[in-house]
Design a protein around this ligand. Structure first.
Ligand code: DC
Length: 234
């Protein structure tokens, strides 16, 4: 298993999916899980800052999350919400929702079940998030913490938004990235931080393929390819 943590805009999602494909492993996007339950909260008309009401919605939300790196579908009550969870409304509300300790407990338990199931069935999984190496799977054999400068992360986020047809400016993206970093790293429950034994990779000057090569090498050295096709890491 590979735990992939770090703030947004570091290339975490692309890197995690590509690495999983290369290793012949499954993939879990835990940020998407926090986003889906946030969408459920918004659809229920509940204030994201009202923790008890938020928990009530999250307990009842029927979220579905795919674990194939090439097709990680995300559903709420059976409806594909992959695009909607990346929109501005969810992005703004996701930090307060993910700061509710009982919401985290519920989702962390679900994440551990999914990880166990995929490890048993596929033999490997790359899991991306903020607290994978510190809370969800502290025993993960490879923990990676991706970073990048705020400028680079804002530019990447803005390009991503524009490519998806969402309105975006680099200044706006920078504000949003910095606001979310601040909230995610200062919250009381499982704040964003690197595990002590995580390998830190600064992606500011690297393209995705360079990051993948470095990480596949690390995975190979840590014996993470058992059960996966032998040529997968080459
Ligand atoms: O990776 P992302 O931008 O899709 O994550 C959305 C939000 O979910 C992010 O602002 C913080 C939260 N999150 C979290 O608290 N813990 C995780 N393991 C993953 C995401």
């Amino acid at each position: 298993m590979v735990a992939m943590d770090g703030p947004s805009g570091t290339g975490k999602s692309t890197v995690s999916r590509k690495l999983a494909t290369k290793l012949g492993a499954g993939y879990l996007d835990t940020g998407a899980m926090y986003r889906v339950v946030t969408l459920a909260v918004l659809r229920a008309g509940v204030d994201p800052a009202d923790a008890p009401a938020v928990l009530d919605v999250v307990e009842k939300a029927a979220l579905g999350i795919g674990t194939r790196p090439d097709e990680a579908t995300v559903t709420l009550d059976g409806e594909d919400v992959g695009a909607e969870i990346r929109g501005g409304a969810v992005t703004t509300a996701v930090s307060p929702v993910s700061a509710v300790p009982a919401v985290r407990e519920l989702l962390v338990a679900r994440q551990r079940e999914i990880i166990d199931e995929v490890l048993g069935r596929v033999g490997g999984i790359v899991v991306e998030g903020r607290d994978i190496g510190t809370v969800v799977s502290p025993g993960a054999p490879l923990k990676v913490f991706l970073t990048a400068s705020a400028e680079v992360r804002a530019a990447r986020r803005s390009a991503q938004d524009s490519a998806a047809g969402r309105e975006s400016t680099v200044d706006g993206a920078r504000e949003s990235v910095e606001r979310r970093d601040r909230l995610d790293s200062t919250r009381a429950a499982s704040p964003l931080r690197a595990a002590e034994d995580a390998v830190e990779v600064d992606t500011s000057q690297l393209n995705i393929d360079q990051v993948i090569v470095a990480l596949a090498e690390l995975a190979l050295h840590r014996g993470l390819l058992e059960g996966c096709p032998a040529e997968a890491a080459r």
